[in-house]
Design a protein around this ligand. Structure first.
Ligand SMILES: *[C@@H]1O[C@H](CO)[C@@H](O)[C@H](O)[C@H]1NC(C)=O
Length: 486
């Protein structure tokens, strides 16, 4: 079904009459008994949370329809691969299905049709999972990402919490089989519960370290069960607020111990996916240990973990660490460590982690995609939309607009970057700039044939290099780039 404006005006009626199905219905996709509201005569569960919105179509750059793609044509081959293989889009379950618009200053603003306070927490969890798969199917996205605690509620103790998670994963597996969708990555939420207030792997309490390990163990197991392609570590509480009470080296050593145990367990259970660390400099802690790509890679090298992990670079985290997203991608890629991108953007005036969809900056999208094309793609990683609607965007169709806008921005960047690389103009300018290392004394430096003694002899016997130092033509390089941004 194509998107139809008429349906949107009718949308509010859906909020008043959410369809309900019982537990078995939600697990099996079949109705337990006739006459269950939300079921057909044949006993098929008919929960639909986005009625009136069909599969989003590609209509080309001249389209004026905001509910259609203008640049993203999934099967179209660009730079040797279908667009969907370069982009490998994923929807973040936490923002899209758990985000309620609340912020530190105000309560929830959204009344999503799958939320119903009268239902028990497990029945709610099943509804959200169903909404997720309907959304992915209509958007044409093949991957999703989740934290353990977003998809299933905590029970009275860890054993019951694990049981809850297993029941929700059963339903997700069933819906994955019907839709062909799978997780781009899974992760454990080690920052929300008060038990992690001092940290998880870096908590001064050994019992918290153990609890966090048990939680990650389970989250890795369910990620494997769901066919997840990667597993992510974001250490929201792995940092400190004051050095007056913090033994920095103990905490860093414990973090390394924790990550080593995770890598060992990954091998033990035969999980083939990549383990990814997501750098962020601060927020919620004042100082987070995985500050940026360079810090994180140095830490992994120091502890002999470099071959077991790659990085998941989030663009808004990059800007919080005073880098551009392009810098973080370029740096990670140059070290063979770029595994996944959490695509979003911040706000230049606000300055905190606003997790916005990057919709309207084709220059940035082109630069990011150029890094991805140069390294031959991100697989088994991809682009996860770690992004949320603004607090005041409260209609369900806004979830579609946001993701369509974000997908189109990167698809546009992909088309531009492909032209940029294929023409070779930018690369040849960069190459020419370093050509003095291709011959003579430059080649001897690269090949380790000379030391300070030989170089002094060279400098004394040659004219001062200031005599033929070329211009960098920085502004010209910007003009050349702009020629490729369409
Ligand atoms: C989308 O790409 C496919 C595969 O390359 C192509 O057949 C189709 O014509 C494209 N769609 C449009 C509307 O251009």
């Amino acid at each position: 079904m194509r998107y139809n404006q008429r349906h949107l005006t009718r949308w509010p009626t859906l909020k008043r009459a959410p369809q309900r199905c019982g537990w078995q219905v939600l697990i099996l996709g079949l109705c337990a008994h006739g006459g269950d509201p939300g079921c057909t005569e044949e006993g098929i569960c008919q929960l639909e949370f986005f009625p009136g919105i069909g599969e989003i179509q590609y209509e080309g750059p001249t389209s004026r329809n905001p509910m259609a793609f203008r640049y993203y044509n999934a099967s179209e081959v660009v730079h040797g691969k279908p667009m969907k293989e370069w982009l490998r889009f994923s929807v973040a379950f936490w923002h899209t299905f758990r985000g309620d618009g609340s912020d530190p200053f105000g309560s929830a603003t959204k009344a999503w049709p799958w939320e119903d306070a009268s239902l028990d927490p497990m029945e709610m969890a099943f509804r959200r999972i169903r909404a997720n798969f309907e959304f992915l199917r209509k958007l044409g996205v093949e991957y999703w990402c989740f934290h353990d605690r977003d998809i299933a509620p905590e029970g009275r103790d860890l054993a019951e919490t694990n049981e809850n998670l297993d029941k929700v994963v059963d339903l997700a597996l069933d819906l994955q089989k019907q839709t062909g969708v799978r997780p781009l990555w899974g992760t454990a939420q080690l920052f929300k519960h008060p038990r992690y207030m001092h940290g998880a792997a870096t908590s001064p309490q050994a019992g918290v370290f153990a609890y966090a390990a048990a939680q990650v163990k389970k989250a890795m197991e369910v990620t494997l069960r769901l066919g997840g392609l990667n597993y992510v570590f974001w250490g929201g509480r792995e940092g400190y607020h004051t050095l007056r009470n913090t033994h920095l080296k103990t905490e860093l050593d414990n973090l390394a111990r924790f990550l080593r145990m995770a890598a060992d367990y990954k091998r033990k259970i035969g999980f083939k996916g990549t383990l990814l660390i997501e750098p962020k400099p601060q927020e919620p802690t004042k100082h987070q240990y995985d500050w940026d790509a360079a810090t994180t890679i140095g830490f992994l090298r120091e502890h002999g973990l470099k071959n077991d992990f790659k990085l998941n670079i989030e663009c808004n985290h990059a800007t919080l660490s005073q880098h551009s997203c392009e810098h973080e991608l370029q740096f990670s890629s140059s070290q063979g460590m770029l595994g996944n991108i959490d695509i979003n953007t911040g706000d230049p005036q606000t300055g905190w982690d606003t997790d916005q969809f990057q919709i309207s900056d084709p220059v940035e999208a082109t630069l990011l995609m150029a890094v991805v094309l140069r390294q031959g793609g991100l697989a088994p990683g991809g682009f996860n939309f770690d992004a949320k609607l603004r607090r005041e965007s409260t209609a369900v169709e806004d979830l579609f607009y946001a993701h369509i806008g974000g997908m189109d921005a990167l698809a546009r960047g992909l088309r531009n970057a492909a032209r940029l690389l294929e023409q070779g103009e930018v690369d040849s300018v960069i190459q020419a700039r370093y050509s003095s290392f291709d011959e003579g004394i430059g080649k001897d430096i690269v090949n380790g044939k000379v030391g300070f003694k030989e170089l002094e002899k060279y400098a004394l016997s040659h004219p001062d290099p200031i005599e033929d130092l070329p211009s960098a033509h920085a502004e010209k390089a910007e003009i050349v780039l702009s020629m490729y941004v369409q």
